[in-house]
Design a protein around this ligand. Sequence first.
Ligand code: COA
Length: 258
Amino acid sequence: MSYNNIYTNTKNSITTITVNRLTKLNALNKETINELHEAFKLADLDKNTRVIIITGVGEKAFIAGADISEFSNFDDKQGEALAKKGQDILFNFIEQLSTPVIAAINGYALGGGLELAMACHFRVASVNAKMGLPEVSLGLIPGYGGTQRLPKLIGKGRALELIMTASMIDANTALNYGLVNYVKPLEELLPFCETIAVKISKNSTTAIAAAITAVNASYKNEINGFDIEINAFGKCFNTKDFKEGTTAFLEKRKPNFY
Ligand code: COA
């Protein structure tokens, strides 16, 4: 599959998706959002992909936000449609994938860029990364889930301060806030994410998918996450991976998961 704004690479069961709009600091225009949807969908369906890493091309930006030039003349209905479609096809879509997604934040992650990183299952940043939701400086608010995910990740007070000041935090502050799990030198960022991905890929994909569903349920007010967990836990007992995992343990060998 060939794209205009992204490229993908699959190696050792890891698919890396790279946003490739260097001159626009990898800002998300409509075409990029559509291509990312397609790439995430294909990677999730690909039996050879056990983990997905998303990053940005170059040394300056992960994603510097939604492409401002595309919506500067929108009215309220167009704005609402933009947020709804983006949330449906990319941000919520990533969060709900059964394949683990790691954001490798290699520079600016602003606005939609930070929102995309927050939709991933977890985040690793390079030391030069800068993160923020600067939408109020444009007369907007975050529209790709930022007002919902940021408070859950770093707490309401810190989230509102970051949103209201439209300022950026550096990688170590993000680490201190729990927004990212690790901070690494830029050249070590992708190799480090790949090391974690390899660790993940040794485990049961069906169990990992169930864990993602159950953990996601803890973030939804309208459903009881404990019930979802009980149901997902029970279903694991019917899987080949459960038989293999427990048999391998009892036989004192490493499991060969499907
Ligand atoms: N949308 C569209 N274009 C963007 C963009 C965005 N979100 N972010 C950066 N760009 C473009 C710039 O317009 C510029 O294009 P040009 O060379 O054709 O003029 C190019 O990327 C480089 O950006 P520039 O601003 O010159 O780089 P900088 O190093 O001076 O500043 C930033 C970097 C990230 C601080 C600055 O680009 C910025 O504030 N971007 C917008 C961030 C934002 O508000 N995001 C939320 C959007 S809702």
